[in-house]
Design a protein around this ligand. Structure first.
Ligand SMILES: [Ca+2]
Length: 322
């Protein structure tokens, strides 16, 4: 399942980001990584991204620091999920490589302006990507596709309707979703079909090597927060590595709400075309409205092969042998 598919990953590690990076580095061609403030502050997300690359033996992948703060909103973190430093109880050791000095936004613009066959993967708030689109208007013509862990076709986690990555910087998300770049959205509606439990922690603990031991520690911390872990960001990377893991995806128009009293940060997914057809979980019974409205800008992942995902994850961690 090795591919040479080129990707740039914008992320905020983060426990599930770390699993996403481990999958990506082994199976894809990771050209660069940009860190953004999100799950925790940028100091930690930048350092954690560098740590995961070095741990896995991919210290040659450049990692850049981007924006710490959202465009307009007050920063909000998810340290209650990922720990105060972003990687559970792990204390990141001294790192070998020198940190990149170039700002992530400039690095991202340079990378996409040089090549047109690279996918952008976003696993955190969309601040870096939005700032890059504002700084270089041509960039939207250079990014062929974005795969984004963010939003939800159904319910949120930050609140009833907003998912964390979108909720903490809705203005940035709005810029990205309105950019015209095709987006494949891995929202909470999909990630909630995944659940890793103590059984997978035990499987990882049984594997040799430091990568497996670290992965086991991370997953154990996450599972202990709520008895199961969805590893959302890893679901997004898995779609690139093995498309059969996403068993249903539907094109639809998605807007990002930036003003609502109760709905700020919601991905407003126009699902009316599919009422009564798919997915199975839908509560509708029949098609109510003909939809002739806005362009379908998003392919939303709807259904997930959990067994296939778990196999990919465990086998990948096992293959590191370091
Ligand atoms: Ca993330």
């Amino acid at each position: 399942m090795e591919t040479s598919k080129k990707v740039w990953i914008d992320c905020d590690p983060g426990i599930d980001d770390s699993f996403a990076l481990l999958l990506a580095m082994k199976h894809l061609s990771v050209v660069g990584i940009s860190a953004v403030g999100g799950n925790t502050g940028l100091d930690h997300t930048f350092r954690n991204a560098r740590y995961v690359t070095e741990l896995a033996g991919y210290g040659d992948i450049p990692v850049y620091a981007g924006y710490d703060m959202p465009m307009f909103a007050k920063p909000e973190r998810a340290e209650y999920v990922h720990g105060s430093r972003g990687l559970g109880n792990i204390m990141v050791p001294g790192l070998k490589g020198e940190p990149q000095r170039e700002h992530a936004v400039d690095a991202l613009i340079d990378a996409f302006c040089c090549q047109t066959d690279m996918t952008l993967v976003t696993l955190g708030p969309l601040t870096n990507v939005a700032q890059a689109l504002l700084k270089e208007p041509e960039l939207k013509h250079k990014i062929p596709e974005i795969i984004s862990m963010g939003g939800s076709v159904t319910t949120g986690n930050y609140n009833a309707c907003a998912e964390f990555n979108i909720a903490v910087d809705p203005e940035a998300a709005k810029i990205v979703f309105e950019s015209g770049i095709p987006i494949r959205m891995v929202g909470l509606n999909l990630c909630r079909q995944n659940s890793m439990t103590i059984a997978e922690v035990e499987q990882l603990k049984a594997l040799p090597g430091l990568v497996a031991a670290t992965a086991a520690d991370l997953l154990e911390y996450s599972v202990n927060q709520g008895r199961q872990s969805q590893l959302c960001d890893a679901c997004a990377i898995a779609w690139l590595i093995d498309p059969a893991i996403i068993t249903c995806a539907l094109p639809m128009h998605v807007d990002v709400e930036t003003k609502g009293e109760f709905t700020r940060g919601m991905t407003v997914c126009d699902y009316r075309d599919y009422i009564g057809t798919a997915p199975k979980e839908d509560i509708g019974r029949e098609v109510c409205y003909p939809v002739d409205g806005s362009k379908k800008n998003v392919l939303a992942a709807m259904e997930f092969n959990k067994t296939r995902f778990k196999e990919l994850l465990i086998q990948t961690i096992k293959s590191y042998e370091v």
